[in-house]
Design a binder for this molecule. Structure first.
Ligand code: AMP
Ligand code: MG
Length: 354
């Protein structure tokens, strides 16, 4: 692929009350309006933005990431009434969810209007929409014309980026501009809910939990079944091993003592074979492991911290060329379901119960 000179803007205005630099945002918006690509922060992870209504721009997003063509993009809006321009129908439940959770980490799947190029939806008749809760993202989407297709700003198959440096590592030379507005707040991708069936279906857990959603809409929702190897994926994109470290990852679930002794015993075996071993643990246990590298991902039971640190830690382990990564199965409420989902995918389903 041809390399382009990537500009990097550090967003000025450091506090929420300080205005962000309108010239920077205007330039970024113009790049997208002209068919270019701008990586930008959202509250979940950094996104790789292009004009969602421009088929060529959407194709460039796929090329820049090396993303499989059948993995659809989420269309980012800055106001909820614009959903009517990209969706054929808006079910009543959409309004309830938008009022409760937008701007925020919830993506809704709706029947797609003809205005949305099928390269954005990966040839599906449905479209994913979300309004992020992040000042730079909202300002950019407005400046770009209101419809920004943005998957996570990583090379396909790597952990999603939670800092501007992660984006630079993956996409420098492949996008026109990277907006650096510091570390993200959440660290895991949005919750995705499909509203095209009679009962809403949770396709991907995120910071907004199933309980949050059922409370807001007053009804139960169904959940996409865990992916079996021989069954077709319910949502395209769910079949990919998204959050994949280079090393083989093994999730270990069980009581604290059993987990620590199992992992240490395994490390002893792997070390004899000459493998480089790592452990991902929380603040209660990380000092107890005898691995080449031990990462503390957050305080015990603090799901928000674990979510925020997880992808950074996976990237660090990639850089350290780890062969085997043992990861504690963190059982926390709220965002815990999303953490488990990402860990399970990173481990390609390898879970040991001790
Ligand atoms: P990313 O932005 O990289 O987290 O990827 C977006 C994800 O949203 C895709 O991998 C799909 O799983 C999901 N998605 C986007 N559009 C649709 C759609 N129309 N139907 C179902 N899932 C979708
Ligand atoms: Mg992604």
């Amino acid at each position: 692929m041809k390399t382009i000179a990537t500009k990097i803007y550090k967003i000025k205005g450091t506090t929420a009350s300080e205005a962000i630099d309108s010239e920077q945002i205007y330039t970024a918006g113009q790049i997208i309006r002209e068919g270019g690509l701008v990586a930008f922060p959202t509250e979940t992870v950094y996104g790789l933005g292009g004009n969602a209504l421009d088929a060529t721009a959407a194709k460039r997003i796929f090329a820049a990431k090396g993303r499989p063509e059948d993995n659809p993009l989420i269309v980012h809006l800055y106001r909820s009434e614009d959903a009517a321009l990209v969706a054929k129908e808006i079910p009543p439940i959409f309004h309830l969810l938008a009022e409760n959770f937008w701007p925020g980490p919830l993506t809704m799947i709706l029947p797609a209007a003809d205005a949305v190029p099928r390269s954005t939806t990966a040839s599906l008749e449905t479209v994913a929409v979300r309004i992020p809760r992040q000042r730079t993202a909202l300002a950019l989407i407005e400046a770009a014309g209101g419809f920004v297709a943005a998957p996570s700003a990583n090379t396909s198959g790597r952990p999603s980026p939670t800092t501007a440096q992660h984006v630079i590592d993956d996409l420098e030379g492949r996008v026109e501009l990277i907006l650096d507005d510091g570390d993200v707040m959440i660290g895991l991708e949005s919750t995705i809910i499909d509203l095209t069936a009679s009962i809403p279906v949770l396709l991907r857990p995120g910071a907004i939990s199933e309980a949050d959603i059922t409370r807001a809409i007053g009804m139960d929702i169904s959940k996409a079944p865990p992916l079996a190897h021989d069954s077709p994926p319910l949502a395209p994109g769910m079949k990919y091993r998204h959050y994949a470290p280079h090393g083989q990852m093994i999730l270990v679930d069980g009581g604290e003592e059993a987990v620590v002794s199992y992992i240490n015993a395994q490390i002893a075996i792997y070390k004899k074979r000459g493998s480089r071993c790592a452990v991902i643990a929380d603040s209660d246990t990380y000092r107890r492991y005898h691995a080449d590298s031990v990462k503390c991902v957050g305080s015990h039971g603090d799901g928000e911290a674990i979510a925020r640190n997880l992808y950074r830690v996976l990237r660090e382990l990639d850089d350290e060329l780890t062969d085997v990564i043992f990861c504690e199965a963190f059982t926390v409420s709220g965002i815990g379901a999303a953490i488990t989902d990402r860990l399970y995918k990173a481990a390609s389903g390898r879970v040991i119960r001790v």
